[in-house]
Design a protein around this ligand. Structure first.
Ligand code: GDD
Ligand code: MN
Length: 367
């Protein structure tokens, strides 16, 4: 029989924890072939959460608890994952809030998605059949919706509708692969960072809709300014799309700088530009391969590396043609004086999507 451990991080959840654990334990019969266990990771709550759990342990041997310091939600999960996998021998671990915001009745749906082949299942509030609480204050709704939209666009991954939510089921291999790289993300940013790294590691991620209800007892521990900053910073520093855009800007600087230098050194204008453009293309290729798309590096040795550099050159040539066309069309429609505007618009709205799509479909394909 496979084992799933439901990890409940707690800090001052004495008003919720008993009802939640009883509800989870009552679902045990609903999942055939799986042994369900509960693991509370308590940050030594002063309100006596742990005593309540220890009381429940007398009736239910499937309930476990470990104590930790008050080091953030992500840190609590890291400790919970380690204990669940190494000590309890879990095959799948769950993340679940301990304030009754997540409905234990969804557990069988998560398990089903795992059985159907998913490596990670995420309860989403943002697709059909899911919801955020109607009674949330407006600022909380805006924060949650905006955070998810920014992350989706930042990572150019519209398919994933839920990045921040904390109701998840994860296979052991994903946890083992990702946790060593999570030490810097011990707060609520943990959720976004973990999902990003799991996707980049090739995990099959599936979403199922969940209704998130507002807690009725206790208080939220989230610190909005810190959480917002950490999330934006994470996306900015880990988004392939943003890195790809920066590489594009660096390429332009190299191209212009080198052309200018070579010309000043006495080379013919066309020759200077041919050399500078090709060097910029090669350096873009290298920066994209080892930085922007490092998780999908070109494989297969030197031959593949050169072959893909050739493809990259062809795509880059396409960018130049598209730019010239855009400028031509602009001139035909609105005259010559605004050619820089046409160039800017063509690059922003055609060249950038064109190259990003071709790079990710042809050269740095998802594996
Ligand atoms: N052990 C431990 N240590 N538990 C913690 C800590 C901590 O430092 N901080 C929070 N928790 C526990 C809470 O006790 C609760 O069970 C759960 O983590 C979620 O915390 P809340 O304080 O209720 O967070 P929220 O409802 O505002 O945040 C929700 O939205 C976030 C962003 O979408 C949750 O769903 C989070 O999981 C989610 O990341
Ligand atoms: Mn909550």
């Amino acid at each position: 029989m496979k084992k799933a451990t439901i990890i409940l991080p707690t800090y001052n959840e004495s008003a919720n924890i008993k009802e939640l654990i009883k509800s989870i334990v009552s679902k045990k019969e609903m999942v055939n072939g799986w042994q369900l266990e509960v693991l509370v990771v308590d940050s030594t709550s002063p309100d006596g959460t742990a005593d309540i759990v220890r009381g429940l342990q007398k009736e239910h041997e499937s309930v476990h608890i470990i104590m930790t310091g008050k080091n953030g939600l992500g840190q609590a999960y890291l400790e919970g994952f380690a204990y669940a996998i190494n000590t309890l021998k879990a095959d799948v671990v769950f993340e679940m809030d301990a304030d009754l915001s997540h409905d234990p009745a969804d557990i069988p749906h998560f398990i089903k998605a795992i059985e159907q082949g998913a490596d990670m299942v995420i309860g989403t509030r943002y697709s059909k059949g899911g919801s955020i609480p109607a009674n949330w204050a407006l600022h909380r709704k805006i924060l949650s919706i905006a955070a998810n939209i920014i992350v989706r666009i930042g990572f150019m991954n519209l398919k994933q509708t839920e990045w921040t939510g904390g109701y998840r089921a994860i296979r052991k291999w994903v946890v083992q692969k990702i946790t060593p790289r999570m030490s810097g993300y011990t707060g609520y940013v943990f959720q976004v960072a973990f999902l990003d790294k799991a996707l980049k590691s090739g995990a099959q991620v599936k979403e199922i809709p969940v209704h998130f209800v507002d807690r009725t007892a206790g208080v939220s521990k989230i610190s909005t300014p810190q959480y917002t900053f950490q999330t934006l910073w994470y996306v900015f520093t880990h988004s392939s799309f943003i890195k790809f855009a920066l590489v594009g800007v660096m390429g332009a600087v190299i191209d212009f700088g080198l052309a200018y230098t070579l010309r000043a050194g006495g080379l013919m204008i066309l020759l200077a530009n041919a050399i500078s453009t090709e060097i910029a293309i090669i350096s873009n290729y290298l920066m994209n391969n080892f930085w922007s798309f490092a998780h999908n590096k070109v494989q297969g040795g030197a031959v593949q590396f050169i072959l893909n550099l050739l493809k990259f050159n062809i795509i880059s040539a396409g960018s130049i043609v598209i730019q010239l066309l855009g400028i031509r069309i602009g001139i035909a429609l609105a005259g010559e004086s605004y050619w820089m505007v046409y160039k800017f618009l063509t690059i922003s709205f055609v060249v950038i999507p064109y190259s990003y799509i071709l790079y990710t479909k042809i050269i740095w394909k998802k594996r």
